[in-house]
Design a binder for this molecule. Structure first.
Ligand code: MG
Length: 378
C-alpha cells in the first residue's frame, strides 16, 4: 500500500491520478491533497471520497472548512509546501505553472520522492531540483515517462539521442497561423489537457519545455535531444543508443498509463489503460518539425543551452504571452515572438548560476516585466 500525496488535485492530471487510485484501492491511499481553490466543491468531494485527513488550499479555506468536518484544512500561500512535506511514499506534483517549484523542493528536502507532472519545476529550477538526485524524481509526462521506460533497457552512457514526439497540435498543417483564434487553439486533436498546456501544445512551446525537462532529468546535452512530429500520439518518445538501435514506448494517448506507472514504479498497474488494438489497422507517421512556422522548439534549445536562468526566462515570458493571448489581446504567432524578444533582451544579464528559489523568482519577475513591456508595444 502506497501513501500518495497529490498537489493540484483538481486539475486534469490530479483528477486522472485519483481515478487510477480509486480503481486500485489495494495499492494506493491518499495521504493529503492540495489545490489552488478554483474548484472547491470538487476538492471537497475528493477529500470525502478518499477519506483524506489533511488538505491545503491557497484560497477558499473558510468555505472548505464549513463543508468538511474532521479534516485539517491548511490555507494560505505555503499550503502546498506544507502538504508536500507530509510523510508519505510519493508526492505527485500536478500543479500548473512555476508556483509548483517551491512545493517540489519542499517535498525533496523532506526526503519525499516526487512524481513530477509540473513542468516548470525542472524548466525554472532544474539545477535546484536535480541536486536532490535523479532517483528522487519519477517523470509523469507521457514523453518523459516513455524516455524513462526506454532508457531502462540500456546504460545511460550508451544513449546517443533522445527523441521526443509531438502531436504537432491542431495547426500542424495550417499556414495562416497569424489568424488562429483562441477557440481553435483550445481544441487539441489527440490529448485532453488543461487550457495553458493545450495552447503550449499548439505553439509547440510545450515541446520546448519538455526538451528542457528531458535535459535535466536524463542529463543529456541539448545537442542530443530532438523532437519529431508524430500526429497519432501513440509512440510517446524514443531513445537512440550508440549502436544505432532505437527503442520506443507505445500506447494509446491516455495519461492514466504514465500516471499509474509513476505512482507504482517499478511495479506496473493491471489494466491501467487500454493497450494498442492490433486487430485494427495502425499507421504511425513521423515527420520533422517545420521550424519556420514553429520556432518554439529551437528557441527552447537555445535558451536551455544558455543555462537554467534563461530557461526560466523562456517559461515566464511564455506564461505572460499565453495569458495575453487568452485575453485575446495578441495574435497566436505573437506568443513565440514575445518569448524570443524577452530571451534576447535578458540573456546578457541572466545570472549564470541559480542558488535558490528566490533567484528563480527574481529572474521570473524580471522576465514577466519585460514581457509585459514587449506585449504592450504590439
Ligand atoms: Mg507531454
Amino acid at each position: 500500500m502506497r501513501d500518495i500525496v497529490i498537489l493540484g488535485s483538481t486539475g486534469s492530471i490530479g483528477v486522472q491520478a485519483l481515478e487510477v487510485i480509486a480503481a486500485n484501492p489495494d495499492l494506493f491511499r491518499v495521504g493529503g491533497l492540495s489545490a489552488g481553490g478554483s474548484s472547491l466543491s470538487l476538492l471537497a468531494k475528493q477529500v470525502r471520497q478518499f477519506n483524506v485527513p489533511i488538505v491545503g488550499v491557497s484560497s477558499g479555506a473558510e468555505e472548505l472548512k464549513s463543508v468538511l468536518s474532521g479534516v485539517k484544512v491548511i490555507d494560505g500561500k505555503g499550503a502546498s509546501e506544507q502538504i508536500a512535506s507530509l510523510t508519505c511514499d510519493l508526492v505527485l506534483n500536478a500543479m500548473t505553472g512555476s508556483i509548483g517549484l517551491g512545493p517540489t523542493l519542499a517535498a525533496l528536502s523532506c526526503g519525499n520522492r516526487v512524481a513530477l507532472a509540473n513542468k516548470e519545476s525542472l524548466v525554472a529550477g532544474g539545477d535546484l531540483v536535480m541536486a536532490y538526485g535523479a532517483e528522487k524524481i519519477i517523470p509523469v509526462d507521457s514523453e518523459h515517462s516513455a524516455l524513462f521506460q526506454a532508457m531502462s533497457s540500456g546504460r545511460s552512457s550508451d544513449v546517443s539521442k533522445l527523441i521526443l514526439t509531438a502531436s504537432g497540435g491542431p495547426f500542424r498543417d495550417r499556414q495562416d497561423l497569424g489568424e488562429v483564434k483562441l477557440a481553435d487553439a483550445l481544441a487539441h486533436p489527440t490529448w485532453s489537457m488543461g487550457p495553458v498546456v493545450t495552447i503550449n501544445s499548439a505553439t509547440l512551446v510545450n515541446k520546448g519545455l519538455e526538451i528542457i525537462e528531458a535535459h535535466y532529468l536524463f542529463d543529456i546535452p541539448y545537442s542530443r535531444i530532438e523532437a519529431v512530429i508524430h500526429p497519432q500520439s501513440v509512440v510517446h518518445s524514443l531513445v537512440e543508443f550508440r549502436d544505432g538501435s532505437t527503442l520506443a514506448q507505445a500506447s494509446p494517448p491516455d495519461m492514466k498509463g504514465p500516471i499509474a506507472y509513476a505512482l507504482s514504479y517499478p511495479n506496473r498497474v493491471n489494466g491501467a489503460m487500454a493497450p494498442i488494438d492490433w486487430s485494427s489497422k495502425q499507421s504511425w507517421s513521423f515527420e520533422p518539425i517545420d521550424e519556420k512556422r514553429f520556432p518554439a522548439v529551437q528557441l527552447a534549445k537555445r535558451a536551455g543551452a544558455l543555462g537554467s536562468s534563461v530557461a526560466a526566462i523562456y517559461n515566464a515570458a511564455n506564461e505572460e504571452a499565453v495569458a495575453a493571448f487568452m485575453r485575446q489581446e495578441i495574435a497566436f504567432t505573437a506568443i513565440v515572438d514575445t518569448i524570443e524578444k524577452v530571451v534576447d533582451k535578458l540573456t546578457a544579464r541572466a545570472p549564470s548560476k541559480i542558488r535558490d528559489i528566490s533567484d528563480v523568482s527574481a529572474i521570473e519577475q524580471d522576465a514577466r516585466m519585460v514581457a509585459t513591456e514587449v506585449l504592450k508595444r504590439r
